[in-house]
Design a protein around this ligand. Sequence first.
Ligand code: ATP
Length: 532
Amino acid sequence: MTETASDNTTSVKSMDDIMALCKRRGFIYQASEIYGGVNGFWDYGPLGAQLKKNLRDAWWTDVVMKGCNGKLGPDGKPVSIVPLDSSIIQNPKVWEASGHVGGFNDPMVDCRETKSRYRADHILCMGVKGDDSGQIYAFIENDDKSFDGALKKLSKYKKADIAKDGVDICSFTDLGPDEIAITVGPDAKEVGTLTEPRAFNLMFKTVLGATGNAEDNGAYLRPETAQGIFINFKNVVDTTRVSVPFGIAQTGKAFRNEVTPRNFTFRSREFEQMEIEFFCHPDESKAWYTFWRDWRMAWWQELGLEGENLILREHDNDELAHYAKEGAGTADIEYMFPFTAPGYGELEGIADRTNFDLKQHAEHSKTKLDYFDNTRGELAKNGQPKGERYLPHVIEPSAGLDRGVLALLCEAYTPDENRPSGVFMKFHPRIAPIKAAVFPLVKKDGMPEIAEPLYNELRNRFGHLGTIEYDVKQSIGKRYARMDEAGCPFCFTIDSTTLEDQTVTVRHRDTLDQERIAIDKVGDFLAEKLGF
Ligand code: ATP
């Protein structure tokens, strides 16, 4: 993840404006807002809930139901994927086996003065250029405000004017222990307030049973959906007709007690994942890794995250996760959010997890999880393969649904001073929460009587894809403006001409073009535009 310092000069879109629109139009609200909120949690309003569902459905349909939209795998065969819906709470031993209990720790630093806690890898430090005493460093969190604050504190401490380009910046985690002589917390007034980095477990703990106690009945909310898949690998193999190579996919909530939730929904404590664990023969893992990496990138591009805002970044060896051996591929699909610009933030990770997880669960649960492949092995006398027993390797494309929604919101946000709304949301029609709107120009002259049946017809035909809006209030200009902010791609208006020739006006969101089509062709028109 490269959540870097925000630099609004390079980013045309303002995150504050996007957040304001999300609130104003009912995409996303702060959770528990009337009680002052709760840090790291968000509620999706009517438009946001539908947008999120559309993205989840698109993933589900394209990945699971259509097996990568019919693209053949590297073996030349259709990709086989089955769905799963596992529990959020599992036996705590699952998380011991997966390494989360022992290893799901971010090193943290505490500020003794402000009592704030920061992730060590989010803290940068500065030293005065040419000052080789190695004694003075100011620690900043990675945003411009705290950078300026830290610079001021450092200048005061050194009793000199120190300009931005007069300091060396490096990551806190790159410093040797001897180099940390004096520290300045991002929000502290005094110097020397930060502690050494300490481990902090990110899993939410809970207690099972009304009379349970934390020691004997403790359990965890899952920090990822992946482990629910690994522990059901044997069940799926035993109860369905899948054979390796195949994948298991699931979407669902995951919980991480993030130390510094921020950047809107980007770093939340409760979020939703869309994960695939794809099981293959060890010799084929490289080919499947490349397949998944490239197909996932193309999928996001097809939904409208195109151009330079989306990149595919292969990890360096020193970034590899605990399960990835050297040489096993790991890549991130990253989006340039307004708050990361000119850097990028992770949207989805694609990792070759080797056989790490199945091996861990086999050992900890003392259950055989290896797979008997009767298509492999030496040939027997009858000319048939004798079969081979192995622990499959796993390729994991793991995407964040909330981060996906956020990227789509940021991408769609299009300022346009020529419109009354000043902005419109240019969602791909497949993702748009409102698919179409039906407006009688005025609430009289028989127009509502024509508009209502059309609304009902469209709702019956397209309601499974998203909302069909009906609105008679306010001027038509105001209604169009509302639809622009909601990202509705097509508005159908019933006006006086409709009464004469049974045509309606179609207003196209992106071009503002208006055309007339026959009222009995509206359904087919919309079906074609939505790709159905
Ligand atoms: P980061 O480095 O940003 O903490 P990660 O590498 O730990 O992310 P993974 O464990 O690979 O993330 O999780 C898979 C996906 O889940 C991520 O690509 C991201 O989209 C999403 N995700 C992870 N943590 C969060 C979070 N706190 N809030 C929202 N989405 C998240």
